[in-house]
Design a protein around this ligand. Sequence first.
Ligand code: PGA
Length: 222
Amino acid sequence: MKKVFIVANIKSYETENEAKKWLDVFKNVKNLNDDLSQKEIIICPPFTLLELFKEYLQKNGIRVFLGAQDLSQFDQGAYTGEINARQIRDFAKYVLIGHSERRKNFNETKNVLLNKVKLALAYGIKPIYIIQNDTEEIPEGVEIIAYEPVFAIGSGKPDNPENAEKVASSVKSKNNGYNILYGGSVNSTNVQSFTKKSYINGVLVGGASLDPEEFINIIKNA
Ligand code: PGA
């Protein structure tokens, strides 16, 4: 049985109170009869909520890992406003790097992404590197890649699972050790059409993860 990654990208949503409500519903994930040992569940909250999530999940014995949505391209230093890999590793096992929203809105270039990957790896954080097509270069050391076509993000129009599988197989042909996730309008109804494909190792979920019940259903159906 292959291991399936299910990643929630909360994006720039949720206050502390909203996150507490989300977690109080999400804790029912423990009642899933499924064997969760083959499912790596990763939640990527905003930085301000990482500590809250960490404590809540530990206290309630919920086997879920945390990811950061970003990290500084610089190591610690005089970089006002930045949050660096050394700080993030106290909370998160994973970090998203290369999301199209960051490439577009924050002008993250290939070099910036490369610096981020290097720093994440240097501090023992696993990058989840997001690409938009199979021709993109993958930085050394990356093991988890998410294919997210821009048209599918937040549009309610996911890519065709056959096409996602083709991209996944093409990326994997470069390195069989890669884990390839699909992202873009994944929900509890369509998740299985992606995770049952042989080259796809999981999903990256945005909008649908804001509803904790729906996220539990995605985990269940994945
Ligand atoms: P979506 O977002 O699930 O809302 O399409 C996915 C993402 O941007 O990671």
